[in-house]
Write a protein that binds this ligand. Structure first.
Ligand code: ADP
Length: 449
């Protein structure tokens, strides 16, 4: 097993990975920017190396600085975490070329899945149902008109290099197409340095359902069930559940098998997530994430499997420690993403936490690097905590979540905790009746109440 892993990330996810390493008796190296000198994950790591100033480009995205930190500290492997360089194929390749193990899939799989047009082609070849849309990129406005009239309005123009819900534009009719097309290209260029776009039918009331898979170097592939991540704002997940309140046992088993089968055909290894939209009983592939997901804890809670530990074991060349038939789904889990933002305006709220109390008790897990006195820096993603609750069924899970949210105190900064307190008592949420557009529509009423 690895002796030392460098964690090329920050915040709660760096801490999450550190925890798995410690339980496996692996030493950890934290890297940090000058804005994260006092961060909890830096304090807890066995060693830490400052890799640059606050802006991510100069620190958490600074490949030479990270590789130097790995060399100086004598790490065997590098875990990229979530975000930053986790889906950067060039980084994965450089890690390997410098003699370290990249805790993740092969650079080629990252590259293929990072190009969403290529990803859809591959998904189709591997037997996954895809959203009807353009075959490949849309090269001109004439092309856009032609494809839109075949698939039917409304359509969605998406960035081939997209991520984080950026670079997506809807055209509800022919009149809106030209603007949507040029805006999507401009946004794609600005965010991803690549203005290639493609088109999909815009589904009007789908749920976002994703399947967690894990695969080793020996062709063993296991799926760990699905997560329902339909509660979203600006195409970003806010609240996630496992299992999905919308699927039957048969649908769950079927989509799990289809996803695992596709992964087998791809020859993929490591953890990964296949994302689908689900509407009227049908699944449509949208993308695959070649890394750990923010919402991985809910899968861990219902399966009892430590995904980070398994990911590290697989990266170390070990076979999976369980088979599909060993995976048992137990109860229900919900994760609330808590951001340092105002709960209705969503304006970021960095600053010093003056008092902090995290909830606890049976079935309550808090993945966070916050503490009383900690200063949330303004430079990075505003996710500061994940509250994860597990119970024997969905009803009990909602009661437990409600009481955990009531206990949670974060003083000194604004957080989205009050929004979650509204969601947990909302009738549609209680009934499990929501789709990907629900939250944006519901927000207007929630803000007034
Ligand atoms: P990103 O990589 O930016 O997260 P995704 O392709 O994963 O982009 O889509 C993110 C979200 O955008 C989905 O969860 C869904 O809410 C919405 N979305 C994507 N494709 C479609 C579509 N064809 N129709 C309707 N909504 C979509």
């Amino acid at each position: 097993m690895f002796k030392k892993i460098l964690i090329a990330n920050r915040g709660e996810i760096a801490l999450r990975i550190h925890r798995a390493c410690k339980e496996m008796e692996i030493q950890t190296v934290a890297v940090y920017s000058t804005a994260d000198t006092d961060a909890m994950y830096v304090r807890l790591a066995d060693e830490s190396v400052c890799i640059g100033p606050a802006p991510s480009k100069e620190s958490y995205l600074n490949i030479p600085a990270i590789l130097s930190a790995a060399t100086i500290s004598g790490a065997d492997a590098i875990h990229p975490g979530v975000g930053f360089l986790a889906e950067n194929a060039q980084f994965a390749q450089m890690v390997e070329e410098h003699g370290f193990v990249f805790v993740g899939p092969s650079p080629q799989h990252i590259r293929d899945m990072g190009d969403k047009i290529r990803a859809k082609e591959l998904a189709e070849e591997c037997g996954l149902p895809i959203v009807p849309g353009s075959k490949g990129a849309i090269e001109s406005i004439d092309d856009a008109h032609a494809v839109a009239s075949t698939i039917g309005y409304p359509v969605l123009i998406k960035a081939s290099g997209g991520g984080g819900g950026k670079g997506m534009k809807i055209a509800r009719s022919q009149d809106e197409l030209a603007d949507a097309y040029s805006l999507a290209r401009a946004e794609a260029k600005a965010n991803f340095g690549n203005d290639q776009v493609y088109m999909e039918r815009y589904l009007s009331k789908p749920r976002h359902i994703e399947v967690q898979i894990i695969a080793d170097h020996f062709g063993n592939v296991v799926h760990l069930g699905e997560r329902d991540c339909s509660i979203q704002r600006r195409h970003q997940k806010v609240w996630e559940e496992a299992p999905s309140p919308a699927l039957s046992l048969e649908e769950r088993a079927k989509i799990g098998e289809v996803a695992a089968d596709a992964i087998r055909k791809m020859g993929y290894r490591s953890v990964g997530t296949i994302e689908f939209l689900y509407e009227n009983g049908e699944f449509f592939f949208i993308e695959m994430n070649t890394r750990l997901q923010v919402e991985h804890p809910i899968t861990e809670m219902i399966t009892g499997i430590d995904l980070v530990e398994e990911q590290i074991r697989v990266a170390n060349g070990m076979p999976l420690s369980f088979k599909q038939e060993d995976v048992k789904f137990l109860g229900h889990a919900i994760e609330c993403r808590i951001n340092a933002e105002h709960h209705h305006t969503f304006i970021p709220s960095p600053g010093q936490i003056t008092n902090y109390h995290a909830p606890g008790g049976l079935g309550v897990r808090v993945d966070s690097a916050m503490y009383s006195g900690y200063k949330v820096p303004p430079y990075y993603d505003s996710l500061v905590a994940k509250l994860i609750v597990h119970a024997k069924d969905r009803r009990e899970c909602l009661f437990r979540l409600k009481r955990a949210l009531e206990e949670y105190v974060v003083g000194g900064i604004e957080t989205t905790l009050p929004l979650h307190r509204q969601l947990v008592t909302n009738e549609d949420i209680i009934n499990g009746q929501y789709d990907i557009h629900w939250l944006e529509k519901a927000l207007e009423k929630l803000i007034d109440s």
